[in-house]
Design a protein around this ligand. Structure first.
Ligand code: URA
Length: 237
């Protein structure tokens, strides 16, 4: 069945539909060797679609992996500085995966990678934000006042963060560990929330994403999500 090109490109996991539309407008998409136009449709069993020089394969099997990201990896698909990429850690999955959201270079823990454009779009949609829990190690101690401020929200970029949950874990010498659960995904949010309170983050690890955790997945390792887990993420009964 013929589908709109932007839908085929996003289903292949190459980009969001909006980005695919931009590529079509910029002439980066060819349909049967001719520049494609917005509104064009194709049937991948008979038509050839090229995106930025790459031929789109007929429906690829969807796969989503849960990676336990170590420090020292970037969660982008390319790095101008030549640093290691999270995708280097899942190089025995033939599908081209891309991360859902980001973890900073020095942040560890649970990161989902997928070629399922629909899942990625759904997970990044502001109306579909899920709880994400981070284990945070800071230098110094966390006062009750700080806990309240983190929980009520602090102002980042002129906008207060949404209410969060804090659970103290332990104090170890000059440092203190706590869990912070947020559902927004603003840039470097946890580090910046801590910085505002004068807390210096020594270690940061995402330990839960919605109902998923790092059980049985060691640092640098990954596992494929089960269909039932994907359906639960997509909230399909
Ligand atoms: N918050 C941060 O500050 N960094 C991350 O990598 C994730 C959340």
């Amino acid at each position: 069945m013929a589908e709109r090109l932007q839908k085929l490109i996003s289903q292949a996991g190459l980009a969001s539909r909006r980005q695919a539309e931009k590529w079509i407008e910029e002439g980066k998409v060819l349909l049967n060797d001719n520049p494609a136009k917005l509104g064009d449709r194709a049937d991948l069993s008979i038509d050839q679609v090229q995106v930025n020089g790459e031929v789109l394969a007929a429906a690829q099997e969807k796969v989503t992996v849960l990676l336990n990201k170590p420090r020292g990896y970037v969660s982008t698909l390319k790095d101008p500085e030549g640093r290691r990429l999270v995708t280097d850690l899942v190089n025995d999955v033939p599908q081209r995966l891309f991360p859902i959201g980001r973890l900073d270079y020095n942040t560890e823990g649970l990161l989902l990678l997928t070629n399922d454009g629909e899942l990625a779009q759904q997970m990044s949609h502001p109306g579909h934000q899920v709880d994400k829990t981070y284990l945070v190690k800071v230098r110094g101690s966390l006062s009750e006042k700080m806990v309240k401020r983190l929980e009520r929200g602090v102002v980042l970029d002129d906008r207060k963060t949404a209410p969060a949950k804090v659970e103290r874990i332990r104090t170890a010498g000059p440092s203190c560990w706590f869990e912070l659960t947020i559902h927004e995904g603003r840039n470097r949010q946890v580090r910046r929330m801590c910085e505002i309170l004068g807390l210096s983050v020594v270690r940061l690890k995402r330990i839960r994403f919605d109902f998923l955790d790092l059980r049985d997945v060691m640092a640098g390792q990954y596992r494929c999500l089960l269909d039932s887990e994907i359906r639960k993420l997509k909230k399909i009964k």
